[in-house]
Design a binder for this molecule. Structure first.
Ligand SMILES: Cc1cc2nc3c(=O)[nH]c(=O)nc-3n(C[C@H](O)[C@H](O)[C@H](O)COP(=O)(O)OP(=O)(O)OC[C@H]3O[C@@H](n4cnc5c(N)ncnc54)[C@H](O)[C@@H]3O)c2cc1C
Length: 379
């Protein structure tokens, strides 16, 4: 049995926990990151890093590494079947980063882990919390690894960055409100055969959304809304379905197979309780259509680091995280609705054409580059 003491214990070293660790180190606040995983994740869920997040990465000194690891997406094209409806150039949103950077989530995590290695932050790999006791001036946490070894941590604050099924949130008895969407999707990464490697595409059709998002190394992610009953497609059916809806014939097979996913929206009743805090998916979950979940979590982490350093107060953190989550969840909800099958794709096409070819385009530009979300402290 071991015991140690630090200012902050972060439970969960996913993208948000790692970012928080770096932001705390930068302010000279010692922390421990505990994650139950023994090996690093190889899943590529999130890929889009939006301009506000690039500004945050600049502040922690990782913007260049992220850009080198990724590929820029400078515009989005919308189609109804094979008919082009319009385009959106991300440079028109203004700002220092006129593009979204596409990097697989595991790669972003590995860059942050490498950066943390050069700091005083301690990592407890393979450990999860077993029990937690709150005291007036500290929190005592017992953690255990897979072979039953225990360690005790005494920290001034404990942060739950432990994802959707957060142990910290449920241990604190914080309500979790929201629901499940009926929508189902499948995605796969294929060699990119499209002529514009810096352009994302969305296709609306009578059968529902198809997205085609550039990835580094000449790959592209294809996301397909599947039928309601969760019917799963094999690669041949997936390729056939994409071709039927878009006219594009995907070359080869998906690099790591296909992934099916459902979507939800949830928000925690509060994200501060005494010496316990929540950030990232532990605090809120939204539909990934529009790619905001991880990016919103980084905003939480940046502001929480500022609050823990005494630059703003904990009540403001609680208020802003929940307000921002509500706005992001609403935006993601609209994106999800646009992607649903339509009995009148012509009307949906007219709506999208209007949004992209009139001054209303600014509304979507802001939404798809994650501008205008409530912030407590920006970069
Ligand atoms: C298909 C898909 C595509 C997506 N695309 C995008 C996108 O393009 N852009 C975007 O911004 N977001 C996207 N998202 C959302 C994004 O993946 C999440 O918002 C992000 O992973 C949240 O990060 P997190 O660190 O809060 O939680 P997680 O990534 O869930 O990490 C939690 C960590 O905590 C650890 N953990 C959990 N429980 C415990 C415990 N009890 N003890 C110790 N450790 C624990 C886990 O091992 C994990 O390492 C997508 C999601 C999906 C499903």
């Amino acid at each position: 049995m071991t015991a140690e003491s630090r200012s902050v214990l972060i439970v969960g070293a996913g993208p948000v926990g790692l970012f928080l660790g770096l932001a705390l180190q930068q302010r000279g606040i010692p922390c421990i990151l505990a994650d139950r995983r023994i090996t690093d994740s190889q899943h590529s869920r999130a890929i889009g890093i939006h301009p506000p997040s690039m500004a945050l990465f600049e502040r922690i000194g990782l913007a260049k590494q992220i850009e080198d690891a990724g590929c820029p997406i400078v515009r989005g094209l919308a189609f109804c079947g094979r008919q082009r409806l319009g385009e959106m150039r991300f440079a028109d949103a203004g700002g220092d980063y006129p593009y979204i950077v596409s990097v697989p989530q595991y790669r972003t995590e590995s860059l942050m882990r490498d950066a943390l290695r050069d700091t005083e932050a301690r990592r407890l790999q393979g450990y999860e919390p077993l029990d937690l006791e709150e005291h007036d001036d500290h929190v005592a946490v017992t953690l255990r690894n897979g072979v039953g070894e225990e360690t005790h941590v005494r920290a001034s604050y404990v942060i739950g960055c432990d994802g959707r099924d957060s142990w910290v949130r449920s241990r604190a008895g914080i309500p979790w409100r929201g629901g499940q969407y009926r929508d189902r999707y499948m995605m796969g990464d294929f060699p990119d055969h499209l002529p514009e490697p810096d352009t994302a595409r969305i296709y609306v059709s009578g059968e529902g959304l198809v997205e085609a998002i550039p990835l580094p190394s000449g790959m592209r992610r294809w996301v397909l809304r599947t039928r309601r009953n969760g019917h799963q497609l094999d690669p041949t059916d997936f390729i056939r379905e994409v071709e039927r809806r878009t006219g594009e014939r995907l070359p080869g097979l998906p690099e790591n197979g296909l992934t099916a996913f459902g979507i939800q929206h949830f928000v925690a009743g509060r994200v501060v309780q005494g010496r316990l805090f929540l950030a990232g998916d532990a605090a809120h979950i939204m539909s990934p259509i529009g790619g905001q979940g991880m990016n919103t979590g980084w905003m939480d982490a940046w502001e929480l680091a500022a609050a823990l350093a005494g630059e703003c107060d904990f009540n403001s953190y609680n208020r802003i995280v929940r307000r921002r989550a509500a706005v992001a969840i609403r935006r993601a909800h609209h994106n999800t609705l646009v992607g649903r099958p339509s009995s009148s794709p012509i009307f949906k096409g007219m709506f999208i054409r209007t949004m992209l070819n009139t001054p209303l385009r600014g509304v979507w530009l802001r939404r798809f580059t994650m501008q205008g979300l409530p912030r407590l402290v920006s970069a």
